[in-house]
Design a protein around this ligand. Sequence first.
Ligand code: AMP
Length: 283
Amino acid sequence: MRRVITKRELRAALVSSKGKRRVLVPTMGALHAGHAELLRRARDLAGEDGYVVVSIFLNPVQFDNASDLDTYPQHREDDAQLCEDCGTDVLFTPTAQEMYCPDRSMVVEETQLSQTLCGAKRPGHFAGVCLVVAKLFNMVQPTDAVFGKKDFQQLAILRRMVRDLDYPITLHGVPTVRESNGLAISSRNERLSPEQRTLAPGLYAALQQGAASYAAGQSVRETLAEVEKLVQAIPGTRIDYVEMVHAGTLQPLGAEVRQEKPALLAAAVWFGDVRLIDHVEIL
Ligand code: AMP
């Protein structure tokens, strides 16, 4: 595995992969079993001949909350080892200075899918994601890129970016990797206290219960009320949002709608000062 920091080193490391399949996995580091699944998928897609490129970049532009950025976990050496173990060819870990000119003035903004869910709660977040992913696409020029469905809205927005900006790149979505208790694995889980960690699986359990009730004919209004009640019963939590949207357009479903599919029941919940997101698709 080659480790590169600058764009120039990255270009040099990619010369010999010209014409071959090149699969990009963008991450923010603190890699875990969810990321490992993405890296394995990337290796499969690339085959023996192709190249897997992993980027680790804690993108300041997508953080709407300074303390979330400051406390975001970082484990550079463990991350590099995991990449190596999963068959990565090139690991790109640029600095913020390398990525951004101080007077940068371009934006890449999606204007429909980003209006609900996390997009409504985290101003500028998805514009920051689109900007950094567009830059990585331009730098790496991958044939394919792999993202987690855990960040469902992010993946939908990036698919729209690829379609609307004509990137010749195939995106692949990997199902959410969970702990055996159902908790979606996330770098931010590290910041939970031991007690919060035992409570956090309750979020997925609440969403599953709501999804089952909706599938059985309950209305959107009743489903949201049910999930909110279940989450509120978890000590020390504060709901950021619980929403039901159409899984394709991400537009909210009307309160009295029943059994409209595909639907997405999604939530963001604070456990103390750690914000966790999760969702269930109802197909
Ligand atoms: P992050 O480092 O949080 O920006 O995540 C990098 C990529 O890994 C994104 O495409 C995420 O959706 C994906 N990812 C993070 N956690 C998981 C998980 N538990 N299961 C599947 N994919 C994940």
